[in-house]
Design a protein around this ligand. Structure first.
Ligand code: ATR
Length: 280
């Protein structure tokens, strides 16, 4: 077998994944003799596939929908972030051949925010998170770890928000979906983790005008890059951070594990990914 390190993104389906564009760019940029490919693996096969990653020729992988929870069960060891979020998105084989799992989504979300809106924490005594799916879990973990004292969580299906609040406890407080606008005046940070505003989905109905003038608004949706939420925030003069940076930053720790170089998130990388989004 060749010594060229190979990694992959595992999903079902996996065609839409932008990860090969990101890692392919870095492999080229850092002149690394490595490979990063897509692997379509069914839910029935995911456990077996991960447990025989080396036999498949890989040193590690990203794991995407719908396999992130199954990956947590399949790894030999999951780090604190993966355990807290309840999902694994990055795996690698350690020097003993054990399968290690991490979740870099919270890291990606927070690093994107810290980079593009470094003042976000100045006004963020209260943050509001819209949505209670998989992405919300990572975002809440990131915000709790960053020490945000109060996190208002709201979701169309209130029971899902309540379950998350029970799990993360502490600063997380559930408010009814219908009352979110009334609570905005206290919020220094607004995060959309729902699919609302994504191309083909209904718009997100929220009163950006009710936020304080110092508020930062961020969206995990990145198709379109400029969602109606971000457009409305910018029109009001608020700092608005799009969701693509989270995707780029979450890829950094995996690349470093597999290929031995900590890669940089640069405007050139971003432009490369934006070009693929525009191509559809
Ligand atoms: P992800 O893993 O990306 O977070 P998900 O788990 O499917 O995806 O979560 C999608 C989120 O968008 C959920 O919070 C969902 O609300 P429900 O829990 O009530 O389903 C939210 N969402 C999707 N469509 C919505 C809509 N039309 N109105 C309000 N919220 C919606």
């Amino acid at each position: 077998m060749s010594d060229t390190p190979r990694a992959c993104v595992i999903g079902w389906p996996v065609e839409h994944s932008r990860s090969p564009v990101i890692h392919g760019y870095w492999l080229e940029h850092y002149r690394i003799d490595g490979a990063y490919v897509k692997e379509a693996v069914t839910p029935e096969d995911i456990g077996g596939f991960l447990r025989s990653l080396s036999a498949h020729g890989y040193v590690g992988a990203n794991v995407t929908l719908p396999h992130k929870e199954a990956a947590l069960r399949a790894v030999d060891h999951a780090d604190d972030a993966a355990q807290a979020i309840g999902a694994v998105n990055t795996v690698w084989l350690d020097e003993r051949g054990a399968l290690q799992g991490s979740n870099t989504d919270a890291y990606g979300f927070m690093t994107n925010l810290d980079t593009l809106a470094p003042t976000w924490c100045d006004g963020a005594d209260v943050a509001m998170v819209l949505g209670a799916g998989g992405a919300a879990r990572a975002i809440i973990h990131g915000l709790v770890e960053s020490g945000v004292p109060r996190i208002l969580l709201t979701n169309r299906t209130v029971a899902k928000a309540e379950a998350l609040a029970r799990e993360f406890g502490g600063p997380v407080e559930v408010i009814p979906w219908e009352t979110k606008n009334a609570a905005l005046s206290a919020c220094g940070l607004l995060v959309n983790s729902t699919s609302l505003g994504m191309t083909g989905q209904p718009p997100l109905d929220i009163m950006v005008s009710a936020l304080p003038a110092s508020a930062v608004v961020t969206d995990i949706v990145y198709v379109p890059l400029e969602t109606p939420l971000l457009e409305a925030a910018r029109a009001r003069g608020l700092v608005a951070v799009d969701g693509l940076g989270m995707l780029l930053h979450q890829a950094v720790p995996g690349f470093e594990r597999w290929f031995g170089v900590r890669p940089a998130v640069t405007p050139e990388l971003r432009a490369r990914v934006v070009a693929t989004l525009e191509a559809g």
